[in-house]
Design a protein around this ligand. Structure first.
Ligand code: PLP
Length: 411
């Protein structure tokens, strides 16, 4: 008899983006001539930086010659990439992160999803709401989330609402929590925390022996000075925070796959008897056992992102998306819509007009303007009444979509 992990059957059957895709397909079938503009899914559209492409070509040639061929590499990443990350993302900003605190991986989705493997099932987990669904679903799979309730919440998770009412700044939970997922700049709201606002969470974690899982997948989009690029800019964070960074949105690696996770050796977890254990040791054990490294060719591409040319190209790509974000923000605001995010982020979080539901506004945009967004409620109960648009489209499509908003007939 094969017993299953019953937590999997507690998960809701259909996934947000499949529901969106199904509705779009149905609309297309009924309206074959409609020119649909997709501002929904958070995938990039611009090509990889040429510096990365060149590095990959060179690496492919190395693989063709036995004297330079590479087989299995270090699971944590090749030194050339790890040291480049340390120098550019940390030392250059005055942050003291060591090479053996960096773990190169195939993506922040995997890492934010897998990190729970080294954490006990009794931990109380807090998520901001709305939230990147991977944090919630992976905790549900592990059995840490309890049961899915009628109101869309999981019984054992602590939800920290981020809405217009609190200016999208999460307030400390009333109950004691052990693990806190923070994603800044945020997906889906596109909003950020200042250093002072993030410090409140770091102080909470220090006081409560809690762990912050800080997802910085959108770090490259930060434009404002008071928004921290790394949680380690906050005093004390090296004792309580794990940071996730990805090349996906930074440099167009969504299909190329490379990311890294920082687990400082000073971050401790505890056994039931109260003994301290370094999470770095546990993550190293997990990573080297269950993961066999990112391909050499891809790591060379990631390294090239930090070359002078790579940095310039990345900046151009990010600026392109941020210009789109600005166009969306300005255009929708001009129509009287309330919009958030989009300044340090490729995401624009739109308040639905006229008290419409997220799905109601989604349907209206699809049917009347032929624009695809993502219903905010798909990211959590506090996302109801909002819709996410992304700046990852082309400039032409973005402008055309914003032009269509001038036809909006609801307020
Ligand atoms: N974290 C957040 C908040 C994201 O929005 C995404 C992708 O959309 C990821 C992580 C996944 O990143 P990766 O492509 O590195 O797996």
């Amino acid at each position: 008899m094969i017993y299953i992990n019953e937590n999997y059957i507690k998960l809701p059957g259909s996934y947000l983006f499949s529901d969106v895709a199904r509705k779009v397909e149905e609309f297309k079938a009924a309206n074959p001539n409609a020119k649909i503009i997709k501002l929904g899914i958070g995938d990039v559209t611009k090509a990889l930086p040429s510096a990365a492409i060149r590095a990959m070509h060179l690496a492919v040639d190395e693989m063709a010659d036995a004297s330079t061929f590479r087989g299995y590499g270090p699971e944590q990443g090749y030194d050339f990439l790890v040291n480049t990350i340390v120098e550019n993302d940390y030392k250059a900003h005055g942050l003291d992160i060591a090479a053996d605190e960096i773990f190169v991986s195939d993506g922040s989705k995997s890492d934010t999803g897998n990190i729970g493997a080294i954490l006990g099932l009794d931990n109380v987990v807090a998520v901001t709401d709305p939230v990147y669904p991977v944090y919630v679903d992976t905790n549900a799979m592990a059995g840490r989330a309890g049961n899915l309730l009628q109101n869309g919440r999981w019984s054992k998770l602590v939800y920290v609402p981020c809405t217009i009412e609190n200016d999208f700044v999460p307030e400390l939970p009333k109950e004691k929590v052990d693990i806190i997922y923070l994603c800044y700049p945020n997906n889906p709201t596109g909003t950020t925390l200042t250093r002072d606002q993030l410090k409140i969470w770091v102080d909470y974690a220090i006081e409560n022996k809690a762990l912050i899982l800080f997802d910085g997948a959108y770090e490259a989009f930060i434009t404002e000075d008071d928004v921290p690029h790394s949680i380690y800019e906050i005093e004390g964070a090296k004792d309580v925070a794990i940071e996730f960074r990805s090349f996906s949105k930074t440099a167009g690696f969504t299909g190329t796959r490379c990311a890294y996770t920082v687990v400082p050796k000073t971050v401790m977890g505890y056994t039931k008897l109260g003994e301290k254990v370094a999470l770095n040791r546990l993550w190293n054990r997990r990573h080297t056992t269950k993961f066999n490294g990112v391909p050499y060719i891809i790591q060379r591409a990631a390294e090239a992102v930090y070359s002078p040319q790579g940095k310039k190209e990345v900046k151009d790509i990010i600026d392109y998306y941020l210009d789109n974000a600005k166009i969306i923000r300005k255009g929708l605001s001009a129509q009287g819509l309330n919009v958030y995010g989009g300044i340090n982020s490729p995401y624009i979080w739109v308040k639905t007009p006229d008290g419409m539901t997220s799905w109601g506004f989604f349907d209206y945009l699809l049917n009347d303007l032929n624009i695809v967004g993502t219903p905010g409620v798909g990211f959590g109960p506090s996302g109801e009444g909002y819709l996410r648009l992304t700046a990852f489209g082309t400039l032409e499509n973005t402008k055309e979509a914003v032009g269509r908003f001038s036809k909006i007939s609801i307020q």
